[in-house]
Design a protein around this ligand. Structure first.
Ligand SMILES: Cc1cc2nc3c(=O)[nH]c(=O)nc-3n(C[C@H](O)[C@H](O)[C@H](O)COP(=O)(O)O)c2cc1C
Length: 457
């Protein structure tokens, strides 16, 4: 059997979140993100296309690095309004059977005890279809609104994230033994107290005695997604993640990323293929190549320059309002999103001016565009999957949910015809659909499995 690729849809609870200014495009329905029908339609479309999951990005603050103000973000809807990523999931789960859901939640601002409860509840309600995109957050505006005097340094954010995961693993994997709930009416016992344990976690950032508030869900630990690009972020992903997301311009950049992630995963004592790698792509589909390029031109005309400058300033932590649009971008370390800066400063094929970077960043958050007929897009997907060692793709949208619909209607059948994409879901839980039937729980080589510390109650 040929290697099978996986697909996720990339969305956010904002109008045109990843293609800045495209809310103005005639086919975009992103302004309806405040209605359940928008979410249910998107979820049903992705399930029709046999996608693994809907990946819901999120930020907890405004983009206000550009000109030291949120005005451009307000005017151009730069991931603003930013509605909650978790709330639509239960409704989407009720309208689908197999599609997974991966909300983004920040370990910098959440508390492990309450988040573990929330995600366990959703894993129950979705029948084991939940993932969590673990982020550490990058905006100063998030920090100051959530009780900190400023953004924590990246090192500390990742240290906190590492301990955060240790706490939730203890709650999800060890606090309740899987057979603790007995529903024994005759002996007046709902659950066996001998099988529900405190975790007594005491660390640098958290003190959580437990026990967990929720009985074990189908997957126990939801599938763990991550997208760190800095060395510390990659090590974190290699240690904890079951799927990583990346943005690349070129096949060469992807090859070096995948080799590096596989190497780091192995160093952590894990099977390198227990971390699935998903580059993000923006498909621009036409019935002819010319039509696709004409569409790219039309979409690019809807991109907001100022809005994208604000987005890129937030992503990189650099205020571009004072920059000459024709100056080249300089390589540097950032405490914001390293990967977004690297795309424009470490590209071996091109030196990027700010103007060029903004033009590129405005569609699909700057990720690679696969442009052409469904067959041509399938060719590129095959090349990136086979030569680039990608396990799947994260599909961004130029306009929502139209990009998903076109991809599902035109590219998915082509991938199926080539024998590299499923025609039916293999399992019931998300982890099974990503890794194979029977894999409901984290594998033995995952660090959560090695904690092994059930405390006496
Ligand atoms: C495809 C992709 C999606 C991401 N989505 C989010 C997101 O929704 N929210 C967020 O705070 N960070 C998001 N990030 C940022 C990373 O998760 C990470 O926190 C950030 O890149 C900073 O760490 P780094 O410098 O190690 O990359 C995303 C990154 C990528 C590549």
């Amino acid at each position: 059997m040929k290697k099978q690729i996986h697909l996720n849809g990339f969305i956010q609870n904002s109008p045109s979140p990843h293609s800045t200014g495209l809310w103005k495009y005639k086919e975009d329905q992103g302004t309806e993100h405040n209605q359940l029908t928008y979410w249910i339609n998107a979820a049903k479309t992705l399930e029709r296309g046999k996608f693994d999951a809907l990946f819901i990005a999120d930020v907890l603050g405004t983009y206000s690095v550009y000109g030291n103000s949120h005005d451009s973000a307000v005017k151009h809807a730069v991931q603003l309004p930013a509605h909650d990523p978790i709330t639509p999931i239960a409704a989407m789960a009720a309208a689908t059977e197999y599609l997974g859901f991966a909300p983004t939640i920040s370990t910098t601002y959440a508390q492990p005890y309450s988040l573990a409860r929330q995600l366990s509840t959703l894993d129950h309600l979705t029948g084991g279809r939940l993932a969590w995109n673990v982020v550490t957050s990058y905006l100063e505006s998030e920090a100051v609104n959530l009780g900190l005097s400023g953004r924590l340094p990246k090192e500390i954010r990742y240290d906190r994230a590492d301990e955060f995961l240790e706490v939730v693993y203890k709650l999800w994997e060890y606090s309740w033994e899987v057979d603790a709930v007995v529903h024994d009416k005759k002996n007046d016992t709902f659950a066996d107290p001998a099988k529900v344990h405190t975790i007594n976690h005491e660390g640098e950032f958290f003190k959580v005695p437990g026990p967990h508030l929720v009985e074990p869900s189908l997957q126990q630990t939801p599938v763990l997604f991550q997208a760190g690009a800095s060395p510390k972020g990659r090590d974190f992903a290699a240690k904890h993640a079951e799927a990583v997301f990346t943005k690349n311009h070129s096949l060469e950049a992807l090859k070096s990323y995948t080799a590096d992630i596989r190497r780091r995963t192995k160093q952590q004592g894990r099977d390198p293929h227990n971390v699935l790698i998903f580059p993000m792509i923006l498909p621009i589909i036409g019935s002819t190549e010319e039509e696709a390029h004409a569409k790219l031109h039309e979409l690019t005309n809807h991109v907001s320059y100022e809005g994208t400058a604000s987005l890129l300033s937030g992503h990189t932590g650099i205020d571009f309002s004072a920059y000459d649009p024709d100056q080249y971008l300089q390589d540097m370390d950032t405490d914001a999103v390293q990967g977004n800066l690297d795309m424009y400063t470490k590209d071996p094929n091109k030196k990027w001016t700010l103007r060029e970077a903004i033009k590129n960043h405005g569609l699909g958050n700057g990720t690679v565009k696969f442009i052409g007929t469904p067959e041509q897009i399938a060719d590129q997907i095959e090349q990136w999957a086979f030569e680039g060692d990608a396990d799947g793709f994260n599909i961004a949208q130029a306009y929502s949910p139209g990009t998903f619909t076109e991809f599902v209607d035109h590219v998915v059948p082509e991938l199926q015809k080539r024998g590299i994409y499923r025609k039916e879901y293999e399992g019931e839980t998300l982890r099974e659909n990503m890794f194979g039937k029977g894999r409901r729980h984290l594998p033995e080589d995952h660090p959560a499995r090695k904690l092994g510390l059930i405390q006496p109650t």
